[in-house]
Ligand binder design. Sequence first.
Ligand code: NOJ
Length: 555
Amino acid sequence: MTQDIHGASASAAAAAGTGTGGWWRNAVIYQVYVRSFADGNGDGVGDLPGVRDRLPYLAGLGVDALWITPFYRSPMADFGYDVADYREVDPRFGTLDDARALIADAHAHGLRIILDLVPNHTSDAHAWFRAALAAAPGSPERARYLFRDGRGAGGAEPPNDWESVFGGPAWTRVPGGQWYLHLFDPAQPDLNWDDAAVRAEFEAVLRFWLDLGADGFRIDVAHGMVKAAGLPDVGRAGQTRMLGTAVLPYFDQDGVHEIHRSWRALLDTYAGERIGVAEAWAPTAERLARYTRPDELHQAFNFHYLTAPWDAHGMRAVIEESLRTAAAVSAPATWVLSNHDVQRHVTRYGGGAEGLRRARAAALLTLALPGSAYVYQGEELGLPEVLDLPAEVLQDPQRRRGEGEGRDGCRVPLPWSGEEPPFGFGTGGTTWLPIPPAWRDRTVAAQDADPDSTLALYRNALRVRRGHPALGDGPLRWLVGPPGTLMFVREPGGPDGAGGAGTPAGRSVGCAVNMGDRTVQIAAFGAPLLASGPVRAAGGRIELAPGTAVWWEVA
Ligand code: NOJ
């Protein structure tokens, strides 16, 4: 007999809920890029009230926590990653009371809230930087940043050869002749983490938000705060590739770990397991794992997984290495496919129908792997990168400074409902970046009732994952599959292994992903639970088309 399986089987519907102990070891964390999530006041820019309104959607999706990108007071030179006041909400995003209400409401919906801390640099509009510009070279005000004299005749050359991640030299000269360091935009001067006032201020900022109820922090440029003594030259151009290169004198210096240790100690003084997540572009998986040693941060983003191409051999190598290096420091592995800085994975995996097919399969792969997973807003709708934004609407500083295509295409506002832009994004007629009219069939409303939609796939996968004792943190055993196919089984036995009332205790979950270009037959060993596309199960075997993934349950 042949059975069509596309969607979740009823047997997978298990009771939700994990205990609180080590919640972050298997949490699914949804990234809210505030500007582009939902607009509560009709000005075309997403804001905190917009996020608050949509909490039922997020809770219904089945994620455990939200990471909310910076909403602090900012001139928006880098869309909030240039912070002018770490304790104030930017008026474009709302008020401090909105932030308080959002945290409280999220908690009431069972969602934890992770805020974004930006400690490597401030905005050039921060009171400290203004004071530094007004003060003399050698002053305590300048010592909070990295001001240096230039090289060459009259100090007209930058102090060293460091390059900005956004392109061009990492130094800008100020009236009076000194230069200041900015690893990103000139509007983002780097702080000097050797300065005691800087350390004290950030501890106070952490406490401020923890006292307001934040469940943790995603730490921006967690690998960048400490620079090599003497700020030595790198000695070559083209330095800003961050994976697979040597340690740079401004990235992944050993000194950053002492800062993370101090923050872990601070986080541990609060009840409720508040966490730190490193955004660290460390050159290797081993070096990345150092950020999550037992006395440091809880998690680090796995950009090696994000950048792995659609290839079973390479993908397996990255997964194995991620699991091995995380286990060596007793940290959970993490998995991420997209964020607001990279091309959306539907497009990265080939675009069009093929890209979407693979992205759906990648979702099942990601959510079946041991550890914690991140979902970037809109990936649950299968959104692609918007590649044809007109030049006049592009706003990303990275593009302005010449580094790559820019990141606007992954930051286009979410389509919620309706037949035409702005697709329910807000009550006004505009959005800060235009939403493609073709997204009318990608809106939340359009996908809501369609059992085959990408939204339904995510909801089903998250529901199965939350209720199944074999998924989340725990062991993974590889199976031998056909060429081009990843196949593994997850067995109960991790921290959640006991399962809750009504869970299919003792059952394992298998996952197979066909990353090749031919249909394969796999031995299914049990009942299919969920598939990313139409698959056929017959006589104990499952036929898996290219770009398709399936979960099955082993009794
Ligand atoms: C990483 C953030 O994700 C990115 O958006 C930002 O431009 C840089 N850090 C600088 O803060």
